[in-house]
Design a protein around this ligand. Structure first.
Ligand code: BDP
Length: 715
């Protein structure tokens, strides 16, 4: 008996202690760590009572978040009070539901539906912090903003903050299949458990909504763009409705990827021709059914006539005719269509980088006013580096939203540290030549041509893993996506620093070291995978590891050799006017710049030009030597990340420290593999010795060619 009591006590002790301290990443950037004594005094004095101005589900979610955050950071949460009655109150709500806020006559008129204002002002003669907005969701965003400031140890007295999103559609795109598999997912299975929905509402769904709302994400496409028609069946729509109910208080709408061939695939019609009245009625009835279940359903995302998906061209109709037919079905319910421009064709042997432009440019102005065309950041496919997509700037009559990939299909999955904020900023800041006050890509996104359809979509990296994203550093990419969708001109370094403070801690050395690691991480990946404008050199299918030699796949544009075009004379893809003339798809001044070898930025050199191995780079190196040096620079940069990380051991909890240490070791091993295999292959073409001080690959080319990566995740 005594033995069992002892055992029970021991088990309780063992499980209680680590559980209380374990850092397993579940809390994301909303860790709400206890603050030190001095700050605590200030914060407690500024949070003596919580005064919700309203009682909607959203305001209750805001109160819950306050309770969670403040009790964790300060040891206890202040009581909820009906009115401001002492110094240090926090009053939050809208003028419509809170007479106290209405009486303050705050300047909310420019803040739209989702903006918020945080001000330190007296209320009823007491010092107070007021979080006010036109709609409840703005209030919730403001509450997160205040809590996140506290997580970052920033002052919360004397505040005067006004924020509103620059884009209206801030959406995650989940590439999740109904069987739980996630296409290009590296963080476990799908977060959606379709089998137990709608009855079992996992608490994780609410935590997902909290995380999204904390960074302003206001929509989620639940299923893969390679969409199963089954998602439109009633029994799935009921499950979707349950998720919509969970997300609604957090300002998040649900959307679905729709398979254009659904009426045929579901065996209800023998055609999906968008001009056939029966097809139009089918979609109309489907939309009506969806909106009966989900009155605020967002709309459809569609991948059509791309990589084998059905689409309007199967019936000799254009993308616009297809999109507009769906748009008409959704229009009475205020739904929208996000029609993807990621199309390239098996029958078309023109430069893949030009195909979406060729398809969509002539359709400018032909889309219904509830259609937005969703364009990837680059013209090929989520590569470590691509120039911006030429459609940005080329469709002045059509609202365009930008799609980026948060999940790192082409940047080393979940184990390589690659902060994508710098990559997205590079695309968003690019000059398009678009005739607008802001002629950057960000400016194009912010211009909805009067429809309000402005936005960014991020292919989610959220899965069933305890830490959500497969690694701690991949959480940063989810976080950064939300921040860029809120403000496409945001500073990637500031975002990295904010995230670091909330995720790892506020120690100054830690903050500076981690931020600096993040800021150089993506360039390291470019250097060891695809330097100097090379692209799509990844092994077949899973896209993990190098395969620059691959040239035998059915479609030319699936082959890395199609992109590198390495031969005994040189390397690179000639997209100048003497090559495929892809430069002509950009505005004239942009096109001129990249048409000329000497004015093309070196980071895009081999994207636009095929150059001899002894071409002189700006460094004075030959192209061959410069290429080799880039690969080595990438590997060395990863070793640098490892050293920096090791120096943080005393400042980071064991579990997260150890995991990242292991992941960086994997990244280093992979970076070497990329370097060695790429050099071995390109040397077989260049027939040149390596520059002095740069080691020969340890194996011959055949060794690297023989490496297989079966069972790679995400395929
Ligand atoms: C490619 C992915 C593929 C996606 C496709 C897309 O490899 O899995 O289906 O993009 O965006 O990058 O449709």
């Amino acid at each position: 008996m005594r033995f069992f009591t002892m055992l029970a006590l021991m088990v309780a002790a063992c499980s209680a202690a680590p559980a209380a301290q374990a850092e397993d990443g579940y809390r994301l950037w909303l860790r709400y760590e206890p603050v030190g004594a001095e700050l605590k005094t200030d914060y407690v004095a500024a949070a003596t009572q919580l005064v919700p101005g309203g009682d909607s589900a959203t305001i209750r979610a805001a109160s819950d978040e306050f309770a969670r955050g403040l009790s964790s950071m300060l040891g206890s949460a202040p009581a909820i009070a009906p009115r401001v009655s002492r110094d240090g109150a926090i009053l939050y709500g809208t003028p419509a539901t809170s007479p106290a806020i209405a009486a303050l006559k705050l300047p909310l008129s420019n803040l739209g539906k989702e903006g918020f204002l945080i001000r330190s002002v007296p209320v009823n003669g007491h010092r107070a912090t007021v979080i006010a907005a036109n709609e409840d969701v703005g209030v919730l965003y403001g509450v997160f903003h205040l809590l996140e400031r506290m997580e970052r140890h920033e002052p919360i007295a004397a505040l005067d903050i006004a924020e509103k999103p620059k884009l209206n559609l801030r959406l995650l795109n989940h590439w999740d299949n109904l069987d739980g598999h996630v296409e290009r997912g590296y963080s476990g299975e799908s977060i959606w458990d379709w089998f137990t929905l709608p009855e079992w509402k996992k608490p994780r769904y609410t935590d997902y909504a909290r995380a999204d709302a904390s960074i302003g994400i206001n929509g989620t496409v639940l299923n893969n763009v390679n969409a199963s028609p089954d998602i439109l069946q009633t029994r799935y729509l009921e499950k979707v409705a349950t998720l919509a109910d969970i997300f609604r208080p957090y300002g998040i709408k649900v959307y679905l990827s729709a398979n254009f061939g659904s009426p045929v695939a579901l065996k209800e019609l023998d055609t999906a021709d968008p001009l056939d009245p029966r097809v139009q009625q089918w979609w109309q009835a489907k939309a009506d059914e969806i909106y009966r279940l989900i009155p605020d359903f967002g709309g459809f995302l569609v991948k059509a006539n791309s990589e084998g998906q059905p689409g309007p061209q199967d019936y000799h109709r254009s993308h616009a005719e297809g999109a507009n037919m769906l748009a008409a079905a959704l229009k009475p319910h205020h739904g929208i269509v996000m029609w993807r421009a990621f199309v390239y064709s098996a029958e078309d042997d023109t430069d893949r980088a030009r195909q979406a432009y060729a398809e969509f440019k002539p359709l400018d102005g032909k889309f219904a006013d509830n259609v937005v065309v969703q364009v990837k950041n680059g013209p090929i496919d989520f590569q470590p580096r691509e120039p911006f997509h030429p459609l940005f700037g080329a469709m002045p009559e059509t609202p365009l939203m930008m799609e980026v990939q948060i999940t790192k299909e082409y940047l080393g999955f979940n184990t390589h540290l690659a902060y994508l904020g710098t990559m997205w900023a590079e695309a968003l800041d690019a000059y398009t030549g678009y005739p607008a006050p802001d002629n950057s890509v960000a400016g194009v996104l912010e211009d909805g041509k009067g429809t309000g359809l402005t936005g960014m979509a991020g292919v989610a990296n959220v899965g069933s893993d305890r830490n959500w994203s497969g690694s701690e550093f991949d959480q940063a990419n989810w976080y950064a996506f939300g921040r860029f969708a809120w403000n496409p001109s945001a500073d990637p370094e500031a975002i990295a620093r904010d995230w670091t403070r909330m995720t790892w801690g506020n120690d100054p050395k830690l903050v500076e070291t981690v931020t600096a690691m993040m800021m150089r991480s993506r360039e390291a990946v470019v250097d060891y995978m695809t330097p100097l404008g090379l692209t799509h050199q990844m092994a077949t299918g899973h896209h993990h590891g190098p395969g620059p030699w691959i040239s035998d796949l059915a479609r030319p544009e699936w082959n890395p050799a199609y992109y590198n075009r390495a031969d005994s004379n040189g390397i690179g893809f000639d997209r100048s006017e003497s090559g495929t003339d892809a430069v002509a798809d950009y505005a004239p001044e942009v096109g001129r710049q990249v048409n000329s070898i000497t004015t093309t930025p070196e980071m895009f050199l081999l994207w636009f030009h095929h150059l001899p191995w002894d071409y002189k780079l700006r460094s004075g190196d030959t192209l061959w030597d410069g290429l080799v040096k880039s690969y080595d620079r990438g590997v060395d940069a990863v070793a640098g990340l490892q050293r920096d990380w090791a120096s943080l051991k005393p400042l980071i909890d064991t579990q997260r420290f150890d995991e990242e240490t292991a992941f960086l070791a994997i990244q280093h091993k992979d970076a070497k593999w990329w370097r060695d295999a790429s050099i071995a292959y390109f040397q077989s073409k260049s027939n040149r010795p390596l520059p002095a001080g740069h080691a020969e690959p340890p194996h011959d080319l055949e060794y690297y060619k023989a490496i297989r990566t079966p069972y790679a995740p995400g395929q």
